[in-house]
Design a binder for this molecule. Structure first.
Ligand code: SAM
Length: 266
């Protein structure tokens, strides 16, 4: 089932990643991708898989379900559609996509962390047409053009090569289908100031109280140097996507980027 990924694209950023602190990967984002090795990132998410969902709700000040619903609505999917959710985590976005495509549709959630996939499988074991697989976003276990849409939520900033991540999603989607990315941004607007403070100061504190201080320190660091929305749009175009647009939500603290897979070149 697995096709080789295109090799024409550059691989992970060069240079030695910054040293890990307190047992978690450094997680510092760069313009090309996250400097942390994927193996360390996967192991860290294995460790927090069981506390991830409640922590996620707290980290987002209970906004996450709203952001997720908006993104699912923007996929353009209908009953019987086929959707791919990359870096699916505990599978909540994949389950929302499945609600949209219905029992005749197909949804696949892929994640690097076996611990996260384990939680997703147990949560949604009763759903026909919703499956989960361990896999790397930079070499997706998918056929080309097999899906009508692909999504990634709060996963792109973990990848060592954003462009390759988008290219793999684009490869997996049929021409005319959509690739969507929901990610945290760092706007300077007044309305976003509270959420920024919450994310920078309170989330690591809650993480420490939950016994996962180093992992939640990683999550905050991974946002700090993530490229601005305009640059992410450019990277999506470089990865072969067309008609790229983006919009902010909650004062710009999260952005949703959407790109269309163009028809194959003659
Ligand atoms: C912050 S969580 C987001 C999970 C989920 N999408 C959500 O919205 O709740 C980031 C996820 O990205 C996954 N991840 C990190 N690097 C990955 C990679 N190279 N390939 C696939 N998944 C990856 C992690 O295991 C983790 O589950």
């Amino acid at each position: 089932m697995t096709e080789p990924r295109p090799d024409a694209l550059p691989s992970a950023p060069s240079g030695t990643p910054p040293a890990a602190t307190s047992g978690a990967p450094s997680g510092a984002a760069t313009e090309r991708g996250n400097a942390a090795p994927s193996s360390e990132v996967g192991a860290m998410f294995d460790d927090i898989a069981r506390v991830y969902d409640p922590m996620n709700l707290l980290s987002s000040v209970f906004q996450e379900p709203r952001w997720r619903r908006r993104r699912v609505a923007m996929t353009g999917l209908g009953p019987g559609g086929r959707a791919l959710d990359v870096a699916t985590g505990t599978g909540k976005v994949a389950a929302d996509l499945h609600d949209r495509v219905g029992p005749t549709g197909q949804v696949l959630g892929v994640d690097l962390s076996a611990g996260m996939i384990d939680v997703a499988r147990r949560q949604f074991a009763d759903r026909t047409g919703l499956g989960f697989q361990v896999g790397d976003a930079l070499a997706l276990p998918t056929e080309s053009a097999a899906f009508d849409a692909a999504t990634i939520a709060f996963g792109m900033r973990n990848l060592p090569d954003y462009r390759l991540g988008f290219a793999e999603m684009a490869r997996s989607v049929r021409p005319g289908g959509r690739v969507l990315c929901l990610e945290i941004a760092r706007p300077r607007s007044r309305s976003a100031r509270f959420l920024r403070w919450w994310f920078d100061r309170i989330v690591p504190l809650i993480g420490r109280l939950a016994g996962q201080g180093s992992a939640y320190g990683y999550l905050v660091r991974s946002v700090q140097a993530y490229p601005a929305p305009d640059r992410i749009a450019e990277i999506m175009r470089e990865a072969g996507l067309a008609d790229v647009t983006w919009q902010g939500m909650s004062g710009g603290i999260v952005t949703i980027h959407v790109g269309i897979v163009p028809p194959p070149e003659p």
